[in-house]
Design a protein around this ligand. Structure first.
Ligand code: 5AD
Ligand code: SF4
Length: 481
């Protein structure tokens, strides 16, 4: 009914109706449980959190139940991140804590999942004996078998990467969910090979998931009360699926429309976009469909053309600003955020100034900001010198953060007096008297509750006050009453 594109209408209707409602609960499995409990912690990007939900589904299938209490778990898992050295250090510290728990409950198994698995398999399993199980991001289906062999005291390891695995047929078990917003993984891996990035080595080659399974998952979520989905991939703009039988193709803009057409009350977000691949077709889909949120995460990484080339990002600052102007032209209300790295190999003070300059020009609503951390096997590690001192990296990073904070504050203050449609996500952290929710631009807004409203409802909120991180407001009109 809401589909105005005949080609896509056809695609949406071919979704297997048997898949409806199969997400979330495992009543059958509940009865067949093996009495064992698993506890899982996730680090790193949203993709990792989304993967943990696939792991939970695989474990449910094998009879395990989840627990939030590490002490009572038979299996302690950590889904790891390798993107910066600090992330790996954090995981190592956690492993010592898990082993302490294990020492008071022998027989507990400890497993490392995700990006560190490939890199650490030798150390963790053989030398340090900190873990019983090592499972790479493409091997989660193998976990029941690996667990059996770990229980028998054998090495349990599978870090094989795949060119096909998308877990398309696995319905994730939503962990720590607010019941309103969920992530859907639409592709895996990355073919970009940015010179600083370890992801292509830990997560393997890029592959896109069958769009019908994506839309079916979105529909299931909507039917169980969810009102927002975020489509996840390392580079969503290069999403490309081809039907092996008919040759029919679906690109990211088409996938966005298909998801938006599930229901006008289902918000659609996505992350991450790559400046070199983001097409106007995507922007037009966003402008046309009210429920595709006006927010784009478009990492610049550096404002210097020389550094961008060393980073192998595939664009210049001029190209990047061209994309920003296209967004402003086609979706004037769109908020844009970024990732920025300070102190990449050979970065000079002049390069750094160019980064500050592009942050000013782009007017990001927020950014994720890091200093460069050399990663093993990357092009940069093999070919470039990590020659900016830690002190300078940190100083440049703090300048970047200070500038971004002042821009975020200014932009938020210019929202005062405006009214936004907000999806209620739950109680605010600070007060049970207030709700929190986000507007289309992904800004968090806190506002006093109105009786009768609940998470998952949409409300109109007028902004009354702002900091660099949050908006405060009051409900002006309830569109559902
Ligand atoms: N050092 C610092 N930051 C990095 N990122 C990726 N690799 C590194 C690294 N080696 C940042 C990039 C990327 C984000 C997810 O993490 O900004 O967009
Ligand atoms: Fe890493 Fe670049 Fe791929 Fe992002 S696009 S995951 S930064 S290689």
């Amino acid at each position: 009914m809401y589909n105005d594109n005949p080609t896509l209408d056809h695609l949406v209707k071919t979704i297997d109706p048997m898949r409806q409602g199969e997400v979330l609960d495992f009543p059958g499995h509940q009865e067949k449980g093996n009495g064992k409990l698993f506890y899982i912690e996730s680090f790193g990007c949203q993709m990792n959190f989304s993967d943990s939900e696939i792991v939970a589904a695989v474990l449910h299938g094998a009879g395990y139940r989840s627990t939030r209490n590490m002490e009572e778990a038979d299996l302690i898992l950590v889904n790891t991140c390798s993107i910066r050295e600090k992330a790996e250090d954090t995981v190592r510290k956690r492993l010592y804590i898990y082993n302490k728990v294990k020492s008071s409950k022998p027989g507990t198994l400890i497993g490392v999942l995700g990006c560190m698995a490939e890199r650490m398999k030798k150390n963790l399993l053989e030398e340090e004996k900190l873990v019983d199980l090592v499972v790479g991001p493409d091997a989660y289906r193998d976990m029941p078998k690996l667990l059996e062999s770990a229980e028998d005291g054998h090495r349990a390891i599978n870090v094989q990467l795949s060119r096909e695995e998308t877990y398309a047929d696995i319905s994730p078990v939503r962990l720590d969910s607010n019941g309103v917003a969920a992530f859907i993984s639409i592709m895996r891996g990355c073919d970009n090979m940015c010179s600083f990035c370890v992801v292509p080595f830990t997560r393997g080659r890029e592959r896109s998931r069958d769009p019908f399974s994506i839309v079916a998952e979105a529909r299931d979520l909507f039917d169980t009360g969810y009102r927002e989905i975020t489509l996840l991939g390392q580079n969503v703009d290069s999403y490309h699926w081809k039907n092996p039988e008919t040759g029919e193709e679906v690109n990211f803009a088409q996938l966005l429309r298909m998801c938006a057409d599930v229901n006008p009350d289902l918000r659609v977000r996505f992350s991450t976009s790559h400046p070199k691949d983001m097409t106007d077709e995507v922007l037009y889909a966003m402008a046309e469909k009210e429920n595709i949120c006006n927010y784009i995460h478009l990492p610049i990484q550096s404002g210097s053309n020389r550094i961008l080339e060393l980073m192998r990002r595939g664009y210049t600052r001029e190209w990047y600003m061209g994309r920003i102007h296209a967004i402003r032209r086609i979706i004037p209300e769109c908020a844009i955020s970024s990732d920025i790295i300070a102190g990449f190999c050979t970065e000079t003070e002049a390069d750094h100034q160019e980064t500050l300059d592009i942050i000013r020009q782009a007017q990001y609503s927020m950014s994720y900001m890091f200093y460069y951390s050399e990663r093993p096997n990357t092009y940069a590690q093999r070919n470039l010198k990590d020659d900016v001192s830690l002190e300078i990296k940190k100083r440049r990073l703090s300048e970047i953060i200070a500038l971004q904070n002042s821009i975020s504050r200014q932009l938020n203050q210019s929202d005062i007096g405006k009214t936004y449609k907000v999806l209620i996500e739950g109680d605010s952290k600070k007060s049970a008297e207030d709700f929190k929710g986000r507007n289309s631009q992904n800004k968090m807004i806190i506002f006093p509750k109105n009786p009768g409203l609940k998470p998952g409802d949409y409300v109109y909120v007028e902004v009354l006050d702002a900091t660099s991180a949050t908006l405060k407001g009051r409900i002006t009109q309830n569109p559902q009453s």
